[in-house]
Design a protein around this ligand. Structure first.
Ligand SMILES: Cc1cc2nc3c(=O)[nH]c(=O)nc-3n(C[C@H](O)[C@H](O)[C@H](O)COP(=O)(O)OP(=O)(O)OC[C@H]3O[C@@H](n4cnc5c(N)ncnc54)[C@H](O)[C@@H]3O)c2cc1C
Length: 392
């Protein structure tokens, strides 16, 4: 199954090319103003572009080797939430610097005792004149140590049922009373953090939506996160594809791959990737037809994350004992899956470095971050198959 894009002389292509000609090395700000960072967003931040136009713009930017600004969490899923639930003043203040990558964003949702069961969170926000006073702690907050702002979920009514007493805030990460402690993951990188709040004062104007109605807004954020985390490349849109794996095998094993078991495993990974590609096309197709995709993103995420782990495990098996040597062995000489990398990850590969060993060490995180594999299955069971709800 192929999905052909409009041909070379399509007026939509010509328009993008004309812009690129007048901006051959666009700054992040020019890209943000052009609408090409998020063509699917409404104007003035995006272009209200239909899915085909979005694909055309992606294609033309790629051809011209233009990378979009880096702000994966902000642009990927927090921005759309602020558009939907925020005030006009919030949209005007935060969205352009977000799109230009000038202000990096993070997501302060998970807590030590509230991950999958996020609605059990206990961080408190108590109103006091024109501020809310925040106390509590968050964990696994990607980019908290470098972010300018975070979106924060906190409980404003401890007596209400758990989904009904939560509010959604924009939190300046340099506010007095915030302590950030970096966590080193097993790749050796420090990309996520613990964040502690001690009497942190957040202005009331930073509340997004209504007080105690934050859960509804958080659900928009979480569903956008699932779509964002299911692009090509097995590391949440970055990382290698099975084509890169085949190149790796050839590099290690020579042109002819003779081991029958290895051939079988590669074939199985290749088949899974084709299934994922077709699922992705189905999602794009649904959007072209004007349908929105919802829980279907959970199907793709559930399959894609397990596939990513399998692919990285196979790469490690191919390397054999030398795969244990970081910076050495056959894999070290075969670094690179540039062509599979998602554009936003280009400059800062904080999460998934573009080498096989770091990728392998990071890959268990795929089935945890953005909602675990089990939680995705619950979503599929309840919202697609109509099975009884999980216990609360
Ligand atoms: C790389 C990475 C980046 C992250 N970045 C962020 C971030 O920026 N901001 C943020 O807020 N969080 C972030 N997280 C946290 C992530 O959202 C949580 O780790 C995830 O939601 C799981 O929560 P938990 O770790 O508390 O595990 P738990 O919820 O305690 O789950 C433990 C195990 O129990 C299973 N389980 C739990 N509930 C059920 C159920 N109802 N049915 C079946 N099985 C169940 C889970 O699947 C899992 O296997 C990140 C995580 C990773 C790995």
């Amino acid at each position: 199954m192929q999905f052909s894009l409009p041909d070379d002389n399509d007026p939509r292509r010509l328009e993008v090319r004309e812009w690129i000609q007048s901006h051959p090395s666009p700054s992040a700000g020019q890209l943000a103003e052009s609408g090409y960072v998020v063509p699917h967003w409404p104007r003035p931040w995006g272009l209200d572009a239909d899915p085909i136009t979005q694909l055309v713009i992606d294609d033309e930017l790629k051809r011209a080797n233009i990378r979009r600004p880096f702000n994966p969490i902000g642009i990927g899923w927090l921005g759309p939430t602020i558009i939907k639930g925020g005030t006009q003043a919030q949209r005007e203040r935060y969205l352009y610097p977000m799109l230009a990558g000038e202000e990096l964003w993070c997501q302060l949702f998970s807590e030590p005792s509230a991950g999958s069961d996020l609605a059990s969170l206990t961080t408190q926000a108590v109103p006091d004149k024109d501020v809310y006073i925040i106390n509590g702690s968050k964990i696994w907050t990607t980019f908290a140590h470098v972010a300018k702002f975070g979106v924060l979920l906190a409980r404003t009514n401890p007596d209400a049922p758990k989904h009904e007493g939560i509010s959604y805030f924009i939190c300046p990460m340099d506010a007095k009373g915030i302590t950030i402690r970096t966590i080193r993951d097993m790749t050796g990188r420090e990309s996520f953090n613990e964040v502690f709040f001690d009497d942190v004062r957040i202005p009331k104007e930073n509340l997004v939506g209504e007080e105690n109605r934050g859960w509804e807004i958080a659900k928009t954020t979480l569903s956008n996160e699932r779509v964002s985390l299911s692009r090509e490349g097995v590391m949440w849109g970055a990382g290698p594809t099975s084509y890169d794996l085949i190149e790796l095998v050839r590099g290690v094993d020579g042109e002819k791959i003779t081991d029958p078991l290895l051939r079988q495993r590669i074939a199985s990974i290749y088949i899974k990737e084709e299934i994922l590609r077709v699922l992705r096309l189905r999602m794009v197709g649904a959007r072209v037809m004007g349908h929105t995709t919802g829980p279907e993103a959970s199907i793709r995420k559930a399959l894609a994350d397990a596939h990513g782990r399998k692919l990285m495990e196979l790469a490690m098996d191919i390397a054999n004992a030398t795969g244990m040597i970081h910076g050495g062995g056959p894999l070290a000489g075969l670094i690179g899956w540039e062509k599979g990398s998602g554009d936003t990850w280009g400059k800062h590969r904080t999460l998934a470095a573009n080498d096989w060993i770091s990728g392998f060490l990071f890959s268990p995180a795929l089935t945890i971050g953005g909602g675990t594999a089990e939680v995705q299955r619950n979503v599929i069971a309840e919202r697609i198959l109509g099975l009884p709800r999980d216990v609360d």
